[in-house]
Design a protein around this ligand. Structure first.
Ligand code: NAD
Ligand code: DAU
Length: 347
């Protein structure tokens, strides 16, 4: 298979590229990435060196039809990860989110429609998010299913929902073979340290304050990125065109509880005093419009494609803390140089 991955230099995209090359020896991967602050060639340095025949990087914009059209035309499968992904940034300025997440997705869909016609052997996967469903109350026993009405509540989730709906519209209107996945919060190696888990690990390590938004009782469902990559790969190859598949980790946790676990892991690994690290927790001003809880019912993916997550949360967090402690050079690199201005603007 010839696979076009967009956003392959980001957190999930880089893990996905590595997963595909390692688990499908016959596949070729082209990675289209604009290298925004969140995309870093260092995330795929081992892949560049390890698979020179099967991996190609293209520096370009998903919003640029001249770049996108030929790449889509020569691909059997497209996995569309490229996006602006951070909720807090979308609250600060939503423009790039609309551009990349909405217009970039439409650009890709248009290219596929033009190049593929009715070829049912091709497939385009839009990587959506559980945030498109809106928020659940803490006491609500229900979880999001695929038929849950969409109710995005941040500029980020609204832009992702627009891309999600456009992808499905191109299936319904033009018969384009599109599949959509809606996944919960990922964690693991190569996540940019603006997101909760790597931010807390690096701040704890440096003895900096640990900013917990509001009361810290916001709940997210955590999924290890390797499990997400396995699920995405499965849906890309075997999902039914026009269908949506939820992907979840069955691991709901309140933010404060999660931060406590990370502190304990960092203290155990570095010998820092755990109580002193707990003293760094600061309840800071809440995120505007903060969604209280996300919870995913991923039963459809299990029934249809036999997928269940394999990584236990405790083990996954331990491995993630170890990875960040063992990859300090990467951490310094992604928060310095051309990346620094973005990082420091927020923190
Ligand atoms: P990320 O921010 O780490 O990476 C995004 C990548 O897209 C970067 O490499 C960036 O350079 C690239 N990119 C941005 N704009 C581009 C453009 N115009 N053209 C080409 N490339 C561009 O994001 P992530 O956390 O890896 O998320 C990947 C996808 O998964 C996103 O679509 C996101 O909405 C979705 N998702 C993420 C999570 C999560 O927990 N991180 C959960 C569910 C869904
Ligand atoms: O649910 C899937 C989504 O998960 C993806 O679609 C997004 O791309 C991804 O960024 C993530 O969104 P969240 O907003 O849930 O992730 P974030 O790491 O920013 O925040 C997780 C929780 O922690 C959230 O309730 C906000 C809170 N938080 C976050 C940061 C950065 C804090 O309390 N303090 C912080 O400093």
């Amino acid at each position: 298979m010839r696979i076009l991955v967009t956003g392959g230099c980001g957190f999930i995209g880089s893990n996905f590229v590595r997963h595909v090359l390692a688990s499908h020896p016959g596949d070729q991967v082209v990675n289209l990435d604009l290298l925004t602050y969140a995309g870093n060639p260092a995330n795929l340095a081992d892949v560049e060196a390890g698979y020179p025949e099967r991996y190609r990087f293209v520096h370009g914009d998903v919003c640029d039809p001249a770049v996108v059209a030929p790449l889509v035309a020569e691909a059997d499968l497209v996995a569309h990860f490229a996006a602006e992904s951070h909720v807090d940034r979308s609250i600060e300025d939503a423009q790039a989110f609309v551009r990349t997440n909405v217009l970039g997705t439409q650009c890709l869909l248009h290219a596929a429609k033009q190049a593929w016609g009715g070829d049912a052997s091709r497939r385009l996967l839009y990587v959506s998010t559980d945030e498109v469903y809106g928020a659940l109350r803490l006491a609500d026993g229900r979880r999001f299913r695929e038929d849950w009405p969409l109710d995005p509540r941040s500029p980020y989730s609204a832009s992702k929902a627009a891309g999600d709906q456009l992808a499905r519209a191109y299936h319904h209107t033009f018969g384009l073979p599109v599949v959509v996945t809606r996944c919960s919060n990922n964690y693991g190696p190569y996540q940019f340290p603006e997101k909760l888990i790597p931010l807390m690990i690096l701040n704890a390590l440096a003895g900096r304050e640990l900013p917990v938004y509001g009361d810290g009782l916001y709940v997210r469902d955590w999924l290890h990125v390797q499990d997400h990559c396995r699920a995405t790969d499965l849906v890309l190859r075997q999902g039914r065109p026009g269908e949506v598949y939820n992907i979840g980790g069955n691991s709901e946790l309140a933010n404060l509880e999660l931060v406590g676990r990370l502190i304990a892991l960092v203290a155990a690994r570095t010998g820092q005093d755990e109580a002193a690290l707990r003293g760094l927790i600061r309840h800071v001003k809440d995120r505007p419009g903060h969604d209280r809880r996300y919870a995913i019912d991923a039963g459809k993916l299990e029934r249809e494609l036999g997928f269940t997550p394999q990584m236990d949360l405790a083990r996954g967090l331990e491995m993630t803390v170890d990875w960040y402690l063992d990859n300090q050079d990467w951490c310094r690199q992604v928060t310095s140089g051309q990346y620094r201005q973005y990082y420091q603007r927020m923190y």
